[in-house]
Write a protein of this length. Sequence first.
Length: 357
Amino acid sequence: MIRQSSEQSYSGVGNESCPLRPVWRWTLAALVLCVALGSLPAAWAIPPHLGSPASSSAEQNGARKTAVPAHEPAGTWYAKLNGRLFALLFLAYRGGQFSGELTLPQFVSIGVDGYVEDFGRAVETGSFAGAVLKHGRIRFSMERGGNRDSFEFTPDSRNRAILQAVGLHPWDLRRGGSALRFPSPSYSPQIVALQHKLTRMVRSDQAVRTGKQIDPKAMEAVDARHRAEVMSIYKKYGWPTWSLVGHHAAHNYWLLVQHQAPAIQRELLPSLRRAVAAKEASPQDYAYLYDRVMVGEGKPQRWGTQVACKEGKPVLDPVVDPAGLAARRKALHMGPEGEYVKMLDPMCRAMQPQRPK
C-alpha cells in the first residue's frame, strides 16, 4: 500500500494476494492494482492447515514406479483436496504431441508449509499445446487469468500421476471419467447481489488509482462515497467471509476497507483477525490492514506492506524488527520486500503533481 508523503497521506493500492488473481504468480498488475489472486495470486492460510494433499508416491519414492509409454497418460485426470474437486486435467495425444486443458480454482489459500489448504468455488480453465515429454514427465505452460503458468505432469502408474505447479507442492492425480465436473457456486440471491455490488465498488475504487496520472483528491472522494456502504455491509454480515460470499467478494471487501478512514480500519481489524483464525479470510489481507493501522497510529509496521511516495519514489515506512522482515513475509508467501517496493515505483511517479506546461 502507498502513501504519498509524511505530510500528506492517503490510501493507495498494492496487494500481493490479489487474487487476487490466481495465486500461482505475482505480476506488477496484481501487486499494484489489487494490492491475491490468488492466483495465485489470492489468500494465504495460517497453521495448522485445514488439510493438505497427500504426498504423491512418486514424491515419496523419488522416482516413477513404472515406465509409462508416452501415449498412455492421455485422458482425464483429477485431484481432490479436502474432499472437493481441485484440479481437472484433460490430456490429448495426437501427431506425437500432447495438448490439453487444465481447470483450477481462481483463488487458492497456501499454508506456511507450501501446501494448498483451501480454495474458492470459482474456477478457470486454460488450454495448452505442444507440451514437452522429457524423462517421463510432461511439461507444459498455459495462459490463465492473464498470466502464463508452468506445470509438470509425472505419470506414476496407469491410473495415478502427480501434477506440480512451479513453487508449490505436487498434487496427486487419479484417472477420471468424462462426467467429472466442478460444481457451480451456489449463493442466495441476496449474496449474489452483494457480490455484484462489491465488484462495482472496487471497479470505481481502482478507476481512480490507475493510469499515468493519479489524483489524491479523486481517490479520497471515491473512498468517502463508499464509506456508508462499507459499514452497512459490516453491520449486516460482520466481516464477509469466504464461506459466506466467496474468496473474490471477500477480498474485494477487504480492499475497500483498506482504503477507508483510519477509525474504520481500526474498528474492523479484530473481525478480520478472527476470520483469519477461523480460516475464513486471507492472512495476507490481514497483514496489509494491520500494517495500515499501525502506520496510521504512528507505529512501525510488521510485514512491510506500507510505502510512502516521496518525490516520486516509494520509500518503506518504518518496520519493527527489520532483521526478521524477510522471514515474516516469506511465511505469508509474500515476495521479497525490495522487489515489492520497486514494483510500486510507477505508481509513485503517477502520483507526482503535474507541473504547469
